[in-house]
Design a protein around this ligand. Structure first.
Ligand code: G4P
Ligand code: MG
Length: 172
């Protein structure tokens, strides 16, 4: 049986997508004061985005899938900002993640961050999958940016690759 279709991206693809994301953010006029990356998938995109946005990156860890890759009942905090939380009040925040899939993690994270009364909050994802979403983007969110809109297929990211040469070959 043929394997289900997957989408492969190279580090080069990711870098270019982040650059176009940065251009979208800039042309919207949104000027974040800090970024919050959702780990672990959001770490590398946020670090690349820092090259273009030049703002500090804080990180949080949220897990929605268990070890067998089954969705849990609700997203769970693995690691949270703690003392950084106070720094969010009155600030313009950009939440960064690699993929908007079910939107459940994004919604959870946005609602947690909104509790700390940021002045404005926006979301940036590398990839948005076109599908019915379980979560919603709360209406307090000022901007939503996606580097690319994709069909609902499994995305293979270079940082998950065991064989990076195969990853590059499949990304062509
Ligand atoms: P969302 O709010 O961003 O849509 O996320 P959702 O709760 O639906 O699930 C997020 C988890 O599923 C994330 O992993 C995310 O990386 C992973 N995921 C969803 N679709 C894909 C895909 O097509 N490819 C890959 N590689 N991962 C996908 P996580 O449990 O938060 O862990 P981590 O991988 O970020 O550490
Ligand atoms: Mg993730």
């Amino acid at each position: 049986m043929a394997e289900p279709a997957k989408l492969y991206f190279s580090y080069n693809d990711i870098h270019k997508t982040v650059k176009s994301l940065a251009q979208q953010i800039k042309s919207s006029g949104y000027e974040p004061e800090l970024m919050v990356a959702i780990g672990t998938g959001g770490f590398i995109p946020a670090r690349i985005l820092k090259t273009f946005v030049e703002k500090p990156v804080y990180t949080v860890g949220i897990s929605y899938y268990d070890r067998e890759n089954k969705p849990k009942d609700a997203p769970q905090k693995i690691q949270w900002i703690d003392e950084v939380e106070q720094k969010l009040e009155g600030k313009k925040i950009l939440l960064v993640d690699e993929v908007d899939d079910s939107r459940a993690t994004l919604e959870y994270c946005l609602r947690e961050l909104l509790k700390h009364k940021p002045r404005e909050i926006a979301v940036a994802v590398l990839h948005n999958k076109r599908k019915d979403k379980r979560g919603i983007i709360p209406e307090e969110v000022d901007h939503y940016f996606a580097g690319r809109e994709l069909d609902d297929l499994w995305i293979c990211y270079p940082w998950d690759a065991d064989d990076i040469d195969y990853q590059d070959k499949m990304s062509k």
